[in-house]
Design a protein around this ligand. Structure first.
Ligand code: PRP
Ligand code: URA
Length: 210
């Protein structure tokens, strides 16, 4: 597994506002989108491209274009949906599939309640979006699901992670081509499986209590 943790004052600044419990939902949503765009720049470093001939006003030259099949972006509902717009702004030709997962707040085990993805992900690069990597149960299950469908590599973009979650993803996806791109790594998980200091419940802060 490859790990990239953002080391940039703009990311830390935006994260600090996000963490503040007094930040209203409208600002929270805008910041999540901005943070994804910053992280997506790093996450797409190894995106597949193919050469194209182009003619500038001055000369003929060669450039690149995103290769086929186009990357697949997979937000994990609900909270991952808040990251989608920021990602597709940067990669507008990407296709989008959806995974709905919810963690049981007692057992901390994830269940999948929705799936809308291509049956065959052969040769596809997949980019999973989920703001929070806590125990790692949800993300590991999502990544495994994509590899079962034939994905060649999976890059997950998370805004915050706990060390326990990173270790779990590494263990549970061993032997797979997985990259984690993170805004920050926090201190630990508390007894309720929440990231400390974290930002609270990302889904609730984006969309309200359910
Ligand atoms: C949150 C978060 C991740 C998961 C992380 O979603 O968005 O999907 O918890 O926890 P884990 O690493 O311990 O699995 P949640 O289940 O609260 O659903 P929501 O997005 O609908 O709020
Ligand atoms: N899910 C969240 O939304 N926040 C956490 O801290 C852990 C899981």
């Amino acid at each position: 597994m490859r790990l990239h943790v953002a080391d940039h004052p703009l990311v830390t600044h935006k994260l600090s506002v996000l963490r503040n419990r007094d930040t209203p939902a409208v600002t929270f949503r805008a910041l999540v989108e901005e943070l994804v765009t910053l992280l997506a720049y790093e996450a797409t470093r190894n995106v597949h491209v193919t050469p194209v001939d182009i003619q500038t006003p001055v000369a003929a030259t060669t450039g690149v274009t995103l290769a086929d099949p186009k990357p697949l972006v997979v937000p994990i509902l609900r909270a991952g949906l808040g990251m989608l717009e920021g990602m597709v702004k940067l990669v507008p030709s990407a296709e989008v599939g959806f995974l709905g997962m919810v963690r049981n707040e007692e057992t901390l085990q994830p269940t999948t309640y929705a799936e809308r993805l291509p049956e065959d992900l052969s040769n596809r690069q997949c980019f999973v979006l989920d703001p929070m990597l806590a125990t790692g149960g949800s993300l590991s299950a999502a990544i495994e699901f994509l590899f079962q469908r034939g994905a060649v590599d999976v890059t997950a973009i998370c805004i915050l992670a706990a060390p326990e979650g990173i270790a779990a993803v590494e263990r549970l996806t061993e032997g797979r081509d997985v990259t984690l791109v993170l805004g920050a790594v926090d201190d630990h998980l508390n007894e309720h499986g929440y990231i400390v200091p974290g930002l609270g419940d990302a889904g609730d802060r984006l969309y309200g209590l359910v």
